[in-house]
Structures are given as C-alpha cells and as structure tokens.
Design a protein around this ligand. Structure first.
Ligand SMILES: *Cc1c(COP(=O)(O)O)cnc(C)c1O
Length: 543
C-alpha cells in the first residue's frame, strides 16, 4: 500500500476486514485482492453520510454513480476524471438510455429493470464496472514495467470462481487470470465484464450441455482472444471441484494465495440503484416527494444487491424497509425468523442446495451477509460505551467466531437479541416457493400484461405480501433481475394458454438473444480432470 493512501482523513476511503483487526486498506488493494488476507471481506471503515443527496435528483445514472462512488474512493487513488471515464464506459454498454428504467406495475408497485446490460441480467451492473476498474488498476501498474521477478501473487475471485492476480505465468507484467465455474448467469456476466480487457485472461468452466442455451451462447460466442470457455464433461459440482483442486495445487506450491470472490466494488456499484430508482420514483409519481419513504424488495441469493441497499439507507436515503425475497433456499429468511444462521439440510443429515425455478438464487449460504453482520455487531458493541476502535475490533472478533462455528457445525446463533433487533429494524424477509413463483408470473401477466422472469417474480410475490401488511400506502420498488427470455422455459410453463400469450411469446426474445444462435461458438471441451484444465490455462497464458 502506498503511504499516501493512509494519509486520507476520510474513513470511508479506507477499508477493513470483517474478520480481523487489520484496517487501512486502500480501495485498490480491496479491488485487486477481493478477499482480505485473514479470509474476511472488505468493508469501508465507515459508511459515509450523503449530506448532499437531495440535490442529486436530476443527475443521469453515470453522474449519480460518480457522486456516490466518490464518497468511497479517494481522489488520490482514482482522479475524478478517470473515475468518470470508468463509469461512462461501464454503463454505455447498456441498451436503455436510463440504464435501469423504473416501470410501474400497479399503484405503489414499481419494478426496477436491471436487465438492459450485455447479458440481460442484473449482474451486469456490477460486472461491467468491475471489469473496467480491474483493467484501470492493471494498466496503471504496468505502465513502464518491463520486468518483475516472478513467484509471488495474490488472488482475486468472483462468485463461484477465482481470479489469480499473479506474476507466475508472465514474468514481465502484472496480469489477472480469471478462472470461474458457472451454472450460467455469474459466468456470462463475468465474461462480458472482462472480455477484451488488457492483461486479463478469462477461463470459464461450465458443465457440458447442462446450462441453458442462451447462457451457453453468451459465454461461448464472444470473439475476444482473452476469453476461453471450457465445457467440462461433468456436472456443476465437478466444475467447482476442479476449481478447488486448482486452488489447493497452488497453495501447495506456495506461489499463490488463492481465495474465492467477494469483491467490494460489486456492492459499491449497486448502491447507485437505490438512489437512482428513488429519484425515478419522484419523477414518475404525482404524490411521492423527495424525503418520503419507500420500501425496496430484492430477490436475493448471495445478499449482494440488498446489502447495497443497507449502505444506501445508512448513507441517508429515506428507506422504510429493505425486504429480502428468497426462494426455497431460505437460509436468510430463517435467520430473520430465528436469529440462527444454519445451512439447509437435504436428505439424511446431508447439506444441500435445492434446485428451484430461480436458479441464480440457489445457494447454501449468502456470503455477503457477513458484511451486514459486521455492521450489526459493531452497532451492538457501541452500546458498551467504548471508543470506535474497540467497537470495530469487537465486531471483527464476533464475526470471526460466528464463521468458525458455521464452518465447524454448519450453524451459528441465535445471535444476541439486540443484533436481531437491528436486523429487523432495517429488513423484513419473505420466502417464496416455486409454486408461488409460477402463480405470480401468471397473476401479474393477467393484471398488467407484464411478463416477469422467475427471479423477479419471487420479488413481486414478496412485494404483494409487504403491501398487504402496509395497506399499500408505502410505495414499493422491487428489483427485476433478469429478462424473461433468459428463463423462457419457466415463463412459458407459467403462461402457456393464457390469453394473448402466444403473441407475446413470439416477441419475448430480444433480437440480440435470438441472434446468438447464429454466431460461431468457441468451446474447448475438457475432461473432468483438473490437471487438464490447468494445462489449458498454462498453455494459453504462455502464448
Ligand atoms: C445473482 C442474481 C440474483 C441475486 O442477487 P444476489 O446479489 O446474489 O443476492 C437475482 N436474480 C438474478 C437473475 C441473478 O442473476
């Protein structure tokens, strides 16, 4: 870390780990390392108050993103002109001029459409920004570099995937190698965020013939040289095992410091959504004024988008509640009800993920939840009346202990009553079954003609319950996280035989997605063998 990074007096420019007592990390370290050396996740030392937020109402999406991100990134690390450029490039890839348009479904229920990016799903919001940010830091590091001694490296990872930031394969330049295993959405968003980026190479593994045709095409038809798609002759679990073996192999070599992904920049990018949709609502609604409260309802898997809402709330945005919407993989919903965080058991004593109609939310644990827990634990610690540093250390110790328990026993909690109380002050939670998902797609189509994808339908179902509780007086914004054409099988199953749907169906698939079929696919088929994958990575990286 450059010494001048610590000189910033602004605590929200500096980062700490949720599990350790290390602090003072720079934004660049946070982005390039992804996970802290102690295994914890990075969070800003303080959540900044957005004192000028009410004056942001007329800003465009990129302008608003700049204001928000500037509260978390020191101008000495990324000069304002550079940050503006990174943001502009990230969101010019979206098809809608508003980037994320807000549409009204009915009175007091609005949908924030997050699927106008390159892969037609919400992960583009974070992945497009992250790709440009990584490239920016690499280009900066490589400026004037001719040679560096090899052998040491740190790792950057993304979702069910890994990125190696290393000097192992190429001795003369800093370079990122991204290796990922995907069931679909996360992998395609990563490919489209990293394609064509300098000094980054991308390897995405998917189970051969087992992901949806649209998702496969999105991963395999990009022409860029730095992207390699690997169809593994095996299951998704096999892909994840290969990833783990690569990790173990590198650790054995002590050349690498591998961790899986959880990048803070992905949360940061999504804070913008809350402010932006709030101001869109002010513009769209005759009765809603700046300063009024709104409820957000978020379909959730890894607690990413919704965690960004917690930051927006504590920055000062008038949020009544953040409503968690889970599918039958409901570890979060159960936490809010019981205060216990416990991995789901499937079958006899085994742990397992349940396959649902909203697969991007099929998770066993929600890793970003750790970040929320830290803030809740810190708030609890502050009631002891000690100084802030003591509270922070206390919170990190608490989180460390909880996750030790989770590792050993598959469960922690119940947590302190005050911690649950704070969690319930800011959040409510709903669990939506597959059957309710189908019924919601049907009901919304019948009432408004709007076609929801299954993930967005989980959010819409949770919204309806929240509206019933609040007597529909509070406006609700629910996130629409994927284009229905990406999950057309479920949508067609729900709407088959509905009035007029045959006409809607023929226009359901956007030209960009229909077109994918005709493009040339670049696929490397590989045996279910981690050493073969390693050979491919080595061979391509040494070219
Ligand atoms: C990833 C994803 C979600 C869940 O988002 P998290 O940030 O993981 O909570 C919801 N819907 C779709 C379509 C997704 O791809």
């Amino acid at each position: 870390m450059a010494p001048d990074d610590t000189a910033d007096e602004n605590a929200s420019y500096r980062y700490l780990s949720t599990r350790g007592q290390d602090s003072g990390f720079s934004f660049e370290e946070v982005v390039l390392n992804s996970v802290a050396p102690d295994g914890g996740l990075y969070i800003p030392e303080e959540i900044p108050r957005a004192t000028a937020w009410e004056s942001w109402g007329d800003l465009s999406f990129p302008e608003l993103a700049f204001e928000i991100m500037s509260l978390y990134i020191s101008p000495s690390e990324i000069p304002p002109a550079d940050l503006k450029d990174i943001i502009a490039r990230s969101y010019s890839s979206f098809r809608s001029p508003e980037v994320t348009p807000l549409v009204q479904l009915k009175e007091n229920h609005y949908l924030l459409e997050l699927f106008h990016g390159p892969t037609f799903a919400s992960k583009d919001i974070a992945s497009q920004f992250l790709g440009n940010l990584l490239e920016y830091f690499l280009v900066k590091k490589n400026k004037g570099k001719t040679s560096i001694a090899g052998g040491h490296g740190t790792l950057y990872g993304h979702r069910d995937s890994l990125i190696l930031y290393d000097e192992f394969f190429l001795a003369d330049r800093h370079r990122l190698t991204f290796v990922g295993a995907t069931k679909g959405d996360a992998g395609s968003a990563a490919v489209h965020g990293l394609r064509g980026k300098r000094d980054i190479s991308v390897f995405v593994m998917f189970p051969q013939a087992q992901i949806s045709p649209v998702q496969e095409a999105q991963i395999t038809t990009v022409p860029d040289e730095n992207v390699c798609s690997l169809a593994v002759a095996g299951t998704f679990d096999d892909c994840q095992n290969i990833l783990r073996r690569l990790q173990a192999d590198r650790q054995a070599n002590e050349d690498f410091d591998l961790v899986s992904s959880r990048n803070w920049a992905q949360i940061l990018a999504q804070i913008v959504l809350y402010f932006y949709s709030y101001f869109s609502l002010v513009k769209k609604s005759a009765s809603f004024k700046t300063g009024d409260k709104v409820r957000f309802v978020i379909p959730t898997g890894k607690f990413g988008s919704i965690l960004a809402g917690y930051f927006a709330l504590h920055m000062g945005l008038p949020v009544d509640k953040l409503v968690i919407a889970t599918n039958e993989n409901d570890i979060l919903d159960r936490f809010w009800k019981t205060g216990r965080y416990e991995k789901q058991r499937v079958g006899r004593g085994g742990h397992g993920v349940k396959k649902t109609l909203s697969p991007a939310m099929d998770i066993l644990t929600s890793y970003n939840f750790e970040r929320l827990l830290w803030f809740l634990a810190c708030e609890f610690a502050s009631s002891a009346g000690m100084d802030h540093l003591w509270n922070q250390n206390q919170a990190s110790q608490e989180v460390y202990q909880w996750f030790q328990d989770l590792d050993k026993k598959g469960v922690f909690g119940p947590v302190y009553r005050d911690v649950i109380r704070s969690a319930r002050r800011d959040f409510e939670s709903e669990r939506v079954t597959d059957q309710q998902t189908i019924e919601t797609i049907k009901a919304v189509y019948r009432k408004s003609g709007y076609v929801l994808d299954p993930h967005s339908a989980v959010g819409a179902a949770a919204t309806q319950r929240s509206m019933n509780r609040t007597h529909a007086n509070t406006p609700h914004i629910s996130f629409s996280t994927a284009h229905p054409a990406k999950f057309s099988e479920t949508v067609i199953r729900a709407l088959h035989g509905e009035d007029g749907f045959s006409i809607v169906e023929t226009s359901l698939t956007p030209a960009e997605l229909a077109d994918l079929d005709k493009r040339e696919k670049k696929i490397t088929v590989v045996n279910n063998d981690w050493q073969k994958v390693r050979e491919i990575i080595n061979a391509r990286n040494s070219n």
